[in-house]
Ligand binder design. Structure first.
Ligand SMILES: [Zn+2]
Length: 300
C-alpha cells in the first residue's frame, strides 16, 4: 500500500517505460495466504495448550488474513508406544482447542508421532495410521487438493524400515506411483506446493555440536528416496515449493529451482524453549498466480 500511494503521489513524475513496470509490481497480489504449522505436539503439559491457543490467535491476527493452514504433522505429542487412553486424551485436547480457537480450514500431513506403533497392539482396529486418519476424517494418508490456482500435494513420509523395526522417511512404491500420476495429471501451468512431515531435502542435519570427519544421517531424519523424488520434480517444473517439519529447525534449501523449507516447530524444543537457534514459530507463505511465492518464519 505504501508503495502504491507513493506511485500515486509521484505519478506525474514517472515517465516512459518505468511506469508500466512499477505499476505491475505494485499490483502483484497474492492469490492465497497460507500458514504452515508443524510439530505442534499437543499435550496437557508445559503450558502447551495455552501457548498453542496463543499461536492460533497470532495466525488469525495476520493481515491480510490467512486463507488456509497446512498442518505438517506431529499433531499430538506422541502416539508411538503410548497406551490408548493417553492417545485419546491428546486427540481430545487437540479437537477441543481447534474447534474453539480456529476458524481457518486446516489440511493435515501425518507425522511420525501420529502413528500408533507397538508390537503388542498389532491386530487392533486402530493400529498404525488408522487412529489419526479417523481423527482427521481422512480416507488416505496422502492426497492432493487445489486452491486458487495452486495444487497442494500432501505426502506421507513415514514408513517402516526394511527390517520392520522402526520408521524411515520414504514414499514407498505405491505412493511414488501415485505422485508420478498426480504430477502427470496436473497442468504444466499450475504451480505445485508439496507438504511432507519429514524433509525431502534439508541442510539442518549438518548442524552438529562437534567436529565430524564423516557425516552420518539417519534414514528417519530425511527422506531416503530424495534423489528419486528430485528426479521426478525435475520433469515437472511447476513444482515450486516443498514444506516440511520434523527437525524442529528452520532452513531453506534451493535446488533445481525448487525451494525446500524446513519450517521450525510450533512447539520449538517440544515446548521447552528454542531448539538450537530456532524459536517456536510457523511459516507464512503468500502464493502468486505466476508460481512465485514470498515466505517468512514468524515467532508468535
Ligand atoms: Zn516433531
Amino acid at each position: 500500500m505504501q508503495r502504491r500511494s507513493w506511485i500515486k503521489n509521484t505519478g506525474g513524475l514517472l515517465l516512459g517505460s518505468a511506469l508500466p513496470v512499477t505499476i505491475e509490481a505494485a499490483n502483484k497480489k497474492p492469490v492465497l495466504r497460507v500458514a504452515h504449522l508443524t510439530d505442534i505436539h499437543i499435550k496437557d503439559k508445559w503450558d502447551a495448550p495455552a501457548r498453542f491457543r496463543r499461536c492460533l490467535q497470532h495466525v488469525q491476527d495476520q493481515k491480510p488474513g490467512v486463507d488456509l493452514i497446512l498442518n505438517g504433522g506431529d499433531v499430538v505429542f506422541d502416539m508411538n508406544k503410548e497406551n490408548l487412553e493417553t492417545i485419546k486424551t491428546e486427540w481430545n485436547l487437540w479437537h477441543s482447542i481447534v474447534k474453539a480457537e480456529c476458524s481457518i480450514p486446516m489440511h493435515y500431513a501425518l507425522g511420525n508421532h501420529d502413528i500408533w506403533w507397538n508390537e503388542d497392539d498389532k491386530g487392533q482396529a486402530l493400529y498404525g495410521k488408522k487412529f489419526s486418519l479417523e481423527q482427521l476424517g481422512l480416507s488416505n494418508s496422502y492426497y492432493s487438493f487445489s486452491k486458487n490456482g495452486w495444487k497442494f500435494i500432501v505426502l506421507d513420509s513415514t514408513h517402516l524400515d526394511i527390517d520392520n523395526t522402526w520408521y524411515i522417511g520414504k514414499l514407498g512404491d505405491e505412493q511414488m506411483n501415485w505422485l508420478q500420476q498426480e504430477l502427470k495429471a496436473t497442468p504444466a501451468t499450475m504451480p505445485v506446493c508439496v507438504l511432507s512431515h519429514i524433509p525431502i531435502l534439508t541442510a539442518t542435519l549438518m548442524v552438529e555440536d562437534h567436529i565430524v570427519n564423516k557425516w552420518t544421517m539417519l534414514g528417519g531424519d530425511m527422506h531416503t528416496d530424495t534423489a528419486k523424488i528430485i528426479d521426478l520434480f525435475y520433469q515437472h517444473k511447476n513444482v515450486k515449493l516443498c514444506l516440511s517439519g520434523h527437525i524442529h529447525l528452520r532452513d531453506k534449501v534451493v535446488y533445481n529451482d525448487v525451494t525446500f523449507i524446513c519450517n521450525g516447530a510450533v512447539s520449538g524444543a517440544w515446548w521447552e524453549g528454542n531448539r538450537r537457534q530456532t524459536a517456536p514459530g510457523y511459516g507464512v507463505i503468500d502464493f502468486y498466480a505466476d508460481g512465485s511465492f514470498e515466505e517468512r518464519y514468524v515467532n508468535y
